[in-house]
Design a binder for this molecule. Structure first.
Ligand code: PBG
Length: 333
């Protein structure tokens, strides 16, 4: 038998740090990390987010600029912006306004940093609608529904306004059918053929988004998101969602959340190895670690590296994580 001679000893490969580093299958680097940033209208100092210790809502001023500069200096060059508008209405018009909070943040960061920072804009309605749903709500035959195709028209407008403001990538997260096609078409018609689409293709209806909704005031006022976000009992359905998004023109696809869905990340990577795959290490995954670490129950630094490496090992090429800055500090050490 092949293993009887020479004497195979797996531990030989583990005997020193240099050898372990030499043979490591997975490497966590800062290039693949994306830092989520909340920008809020109507404040002049950063506000710490109660449900996400160490994370802030940033004002549209020098505080934001300095923060992004600090990230860039640490090697974090990719950010995804979430807007928190002052004014909400039934169609979320601040999401596509030229003077919307994300549009202003994009212009500010683009003017300050040029192309040295990659600007991704989350594209959704839930922070902007007074009802908190990701789409347009309407009554149909006595029933309240999220109108898919009406929502697509609004998403198309948001995409163009974000591209005009300087977004390199738009990231639709509302899970409406056909959203990638609608956005691709609108971007192309407006002359933004080079703006990428990173689609939240596989987004589950998840309680792990709880802290984010507190942070962004975006919890639905009635009902839940289960008529558009995926059912967590389903794994193979992810392949259908990814296939459709690729047909519609997605450049990068995403699985979200990450940690409880490593099987799904692996499944998608195996079926579509040629497609860049992002995973979103969401707010609940962040806050659980922060809460346990604050009590001394877990060692934050080790846990963060273990968790993020596991997400990469499962097959993610890109990780969106609130720990991006922490990782940069750890990798430098
Ligand atoms: C908006 C959106 C959400 C998240 C990202 N984009 C919230 C939701 O679907 O309710 C969650 C991110 C996180 O929990 O960190 N549709």
């Amino acid at each position: 038998m092949w293993f009887s001679f020479p004497n195979v000893r797996p531990r030989r490969l583990r005997q020193s740090e240099l050898i372990r580093n030499l043979v490591a299958e997975t490497r966590l680097t800062v290039d693949c990390l994306v830092m989520p940033i909340f920008v809020k209208e109507g404040i002049d100092r950063p506000e710490e987010i109660e449900s996400m210790p160490g994370q802030y809502r940033w004002p549209l001023n020098d505080y934001l600029v300095k923060f992004v500069e600090k990230l860039r200096d640490k090697g974090i060059r990719n950010v995804i912006l979430f807007g928190i508008p002052k004014h909400k209405d039934s169609i979320g018009s601040e999401a596509f306004s030229k003077e919307g909070v994300v549009q202003r943040a994009l212009r500010l960061l683009r003017e300050t940093f040029g192309k040295s920072i990659l600007l991704i804009a989350d594209l959704c309605l839930c922070q902007y609608t007074d009802h908190g749903h990701c789409g347009i709500v309407r009554e149909r035959r006595g029933e309240v529904v999220i109108d898919n195709d009406e929502t697509l028209r609004v998403y198309a407008k948001i995409a163009v306004s974000q591209a005009e403001a300087g977004a390199d990538i738009v990231a639709p997260s509302g899970m409406m059918d056909g959203q990638v096609r609608a956005i691709r078409q609108a971007l192309d018609e407006a002359g933004f053929e080079n703006v990428l689409i990173m689609s939240y293709s596989v987004k589950y209806a998840s309680a792990f988004y709880g802290p984010f909704r507190t942070a962004a005031y975006s919890a639905p006022k009635f009902g839940d998101r289960r008529t558009y976000q995926m059912d967590y009992r389903n794994a193979h359905e992810a392949l259908k969602e990814v296939m459709l998004d690729l047909e519609e023109g997605a450049d990068i696809v995403m699985v979200k959340p990450a940690l409880a869905y490593l099987d799904v990340i692996r499944l998608v990577k195996e079926h579509f190895p040629y497609v860049p795959l992002a995973a979103y290490n969401v707010s609940g995954e962040y806050s659980m670690i922060k809460a346990a670490a604050a009590r001394g129950w877990l060692d934050e630094k080790s846990i963060v590296l273990e968790v993020l490496t596991a997400i990469k090992r499962a097959g993610a090429d890109i990780i969106i994580t609130y720990f991006a800055e922490t990782v940069a500090d750890l990798i430098q050490d």
